[in-house]
Design a protein around this ligand. Structure first.
Ligand code: FAD
Length: 190
């Protein structure tokens, strides 16, 4: 990741052609004193390759439909503590038994819901637009750029070779003067 990713050494806050403030990431006392930006497809490729090296193959388009945990009892073999039902890409159902079930299926987790576990987090009501684009111009490739506008904020995250991830606030209503002056004050304080 370090070899492939693009390194940003600073975060620059701007508004109306003015720089409001800068965070110098290089002042962080660490050898990782930068933001590392790597496209998601590259990150996924690296993770899949590492899994393969460790003997784990990823079975895509396979869904966990249900699972149960037989009562823990001494007569149950350790490899069979969890029974799971999977739906294969061709629609076929498969049952399997396993020692562990590791839940990593995001915020709508079937495992969490089945176990009645609380999701300790909250939904961010804000809506964002996101795109990865090639952009010409004077936007630096060694810094993250955050722009405050009347419509909200726009973030430009450089991934190298003039490719940027853009994240824009999609609020419809123009931001209040108070919001902009608070943003400006906070950026200057940095
Ligand atoms: C638009 C956007 C941009 C983001 N950008 C960044 C960023 O640049 N950097 C960053 O660090 N974070 C970013 N995040 C946040 C990041 O995506 C999440 O924090 C992260 O993906 C959470 O990882 P996770 O593995 O818990 O869940 P997820 O990434 O949601 O992965 C869950 C996976 O489980 C699968 N799944 C769900 N149910 C089942 C089931 N029953 N059976 C089988 N599989 C199932 C889903 O299909 C999914 O592939 C972004 C989020 C969004 C929405």
């Amino acid at each position: 990741m370090l070899r492939l990713g693009n390194r940003a050494a600073a975060v620059a806050f701007r508004s109306e052609n003015k720089t409001l403030g800068n965070i110098d990431l290089q002042s962080i006392p660490s050898r990782f004193n930068f933001a590392l930006l790597l496209a998601q497809n590259e990150t996924e490729r690296l993770i899949a390759e590492q899994c393969n090296r460790q003997g784990v193959s990823i079975e895509r388009s396979t869904e966990l439909i249900a699972f149960s945990q037989p009562e823990a009892a001494s007569h149950i073999e350790a490899e069979k503590y969890v029974k799971a039902v999977l739906r294969r890409p061709d629609g076929r159902m498969e049952e399997l038994e396993a020692a562990y079930l590791i839940s990593a299926e995001g915020s709508h987790s079937l495992v969490r819901n089945t176990l009645n576990l609380e999701f300790k987090g909250k939904a961010l009501e804000q809506a964002y637009a996101l795109a990865d684009l090639h952009i010409d111009g004077e936007i630096p490739e060694d810094a993250l750029s955050i722009f405050a506008t009347e419509q909200g904020f726009l973030g430009l995250f450089p991934m190298g070779k003039r490719r940027f991830r853009i994240i824009a606030d999609r609020s419809r209503a123009p931001r209040s003067r108070r919001w902009r002056s608070r943003f400006s004050r906070n950026a200057k304080a940095l």
